[in-house]
Ligand binder design. Structure first.
Ligand code: LLP
Length: 439
């Protein structure tokens, strides 16, 4: 498949359909009409696709699999993941707050974070969080103090129950992904290193807190990194952890998230079920008893290809001898991934979704810097003109969640589409929102 071929169907959400005129709809809603009605930029999610992916995760991993909310979180998404049977991984007090606001029961939540504050831990304990994934010795001290004292800042008089905890271990396995999103290597701010002996010390401390009735030490956690295409590193991590894990006789093992997704034509990522079965087979092979709950925390692979961003073209500028710049009304404020990681995306016109895309362009945003690129090497139909709605698929993960107000650009609305109905789940920011925190 060449770069100028139409955008691959596999990059579009499940319910994507192209009508006789070539117009794309998702969830039975025409995307150009949706953009006209709600304005641009606009994050559009296929609700059916989100639900299917959650169900696939539960089917592949079983009860306990957690959706990593950092990939995309709002009240509607938290509710959806919970309704579809997933636990939710939250890594800050803010994510915890959104999940609780959505009505997700605290026992379905897993608290992460390499630097959890007293206040974050205290409120997690007070609500009865399902699991805490412990990341540092300071955190072990904090949990011990908060549980023993039965209170913490912001949680007056409450008596936290004995929390279930897992120890986050860095197994020393490197994955071939962007260095900013690699976490399983020895040189990492996350977790307790296996090679350095920190992991042994951490489990020793947690076991003694367990014996003292302060925590319930239930498992080991290892997250290798994100946007990982090859399953071999997950197998390798199990092999590396197996002996260490066996001696502890714990009931839970979590391999983190990280399953990659295809962003551009020609890319292919392993399906959820294959990820789970390879990990499970590696566990059995390594002698990990079948009774151990082996689980994961997918984020990107749940939401990425459910989402698509719509922009409106504002200017088209030919720079002779170089390229054609197509400027849209968003950019690094709604999708910082190209500038942060050099990530590639496709661009296409929802009014002619099946069209050939012979025209090479650079799709750029409206922000005041050259790095503000949406698609560095894009191809579009050659009848693209100012005023067109242009779409970038596979923007459902780490777009909305990492969005900013750079240049005081209001953040886009988030729309869920399903059964011919568009539901605004996060409203667009207004200019007034941009000054609401100023005193
Ligand atoms: N569990 C832990 C402990 C994590 O740190 C992460 C992601 C996940 C699960 C979910 O990983 P996923 O399945 O989404 O790969 N902003 C970057 C990605 C950062 C990932 C951080 N941790 C990006 O846009 O590519």
């Amino acid at each position: 498949m060449g770069p100028s071929d139409p955008v691959s169907r596999s990059l579009l959400p499940t319910t994507a359909a192209v009508d006789g005129d070539g117009r794309l709809s998702i969830g039975g809603v025409d995307l150009v009409e949706l953009a006209e009605e709600h304005g641009t930029p606009l994050y559009v999610y296929d609700e059916e696709h989100l639900r299917i992916r959650c169900r696939e995760a539960v089917e592949a991993w079983g009860d306990g699999v957690a959706y990593a909310t950092k990939a995309f979180l709002c009240v509607a998404m938290a509710r959806l993941a919970f309704e579809e049977g997933m636990c939710l991984d939250v890594s800050t007090g803010g994510e915890l707050h959104v999940a609780l606001t959505a009505g997700v029961p605290a026992h379905r939540l897993v608290l992460h974070g390499n630097n959890k504050s007293d206040a974050e831990l205290a409120s997690a304990l007070a609500v009865g969080i399902g699991r805490i994934v412990v990341d540092s010795f300071d955190e072990i001290d904090r949990i011990e103090r908060l549980v023993t004292e039965g209170s913490g800042p912001g949680v007056r008089g409450s008596a936290p129950v004995r929390p279930k905890v897992l120890a986050r271990i860095t197994p020393g396995v490197e994955v071939h992904t962007h260095e900013f999103v690699r976490t399983g290597q020895d040189d990492s701010k996350f977790g307790f290193g296996l090679a350095s002996g920190a992991a042994d010390q951490a489990v020793e401390r947690l076991q003694s807190l367990h014996d003292a009735g302060i925590v319930e030490f239930v498992g080991i956690h290892a997250h290798l990194g994100s946007q990982v295409f090859a399953l071999a590193p997950f197998v390798q991590a199990i092999e590396v952890l197996a002996d260490f894990f066996a001696t502890l006789e714990l009931p839970e093992l979590v391999v983190g998230g990280g399953l990659g997704v295809a962003y551009v034509n020609g890319e292919e990522a392993p399906p959820m079920a294959q990820w789970a079965s390879r990990v499970r087979a590696a566990c059995l092979h390594a002698g990990i008893p079948e009774s151990v709950r082996v689980s994961a925390e997918p984020g990107r692979s749940i939401v990425a290809s459910a989402g698509i961003t719509l922009y409106r073209v504002g200017t088209v500028k030919d720079v002779p001898g170089y390229r054609t710049y197509v400027s849209v009304d968003g950019g690094m404020s709604d999708n910082p991934r190209p500038v942060l990681y050099g990530s590639g995306y496709e661009a296409f016109l929802p009014r002619s979704a099946g069209a050939e895309r012979p025209m090479p362009i650079r799709l750029v945003g409206k922000h005041c810097e050259t790095g503000d690129v949406v698609v560095a090497e894009g191809f579009v139909p050659d009848d693209l003109r100012v005023g067109d709605i242009v779409a970038t698929p596979v923007t459902g993960a780490y777009g909305h969640s990492m969005a900013s107000n750079y240049n005081k650009v209001p953040r886009p609305a988030v729309i869920f589409v399903s059964g011919g109905v568009a539901r605004t789940v996060v409203r667009r920011e207004t200019f007034d929102d941009l000054v609401r925190l100023d005193l």
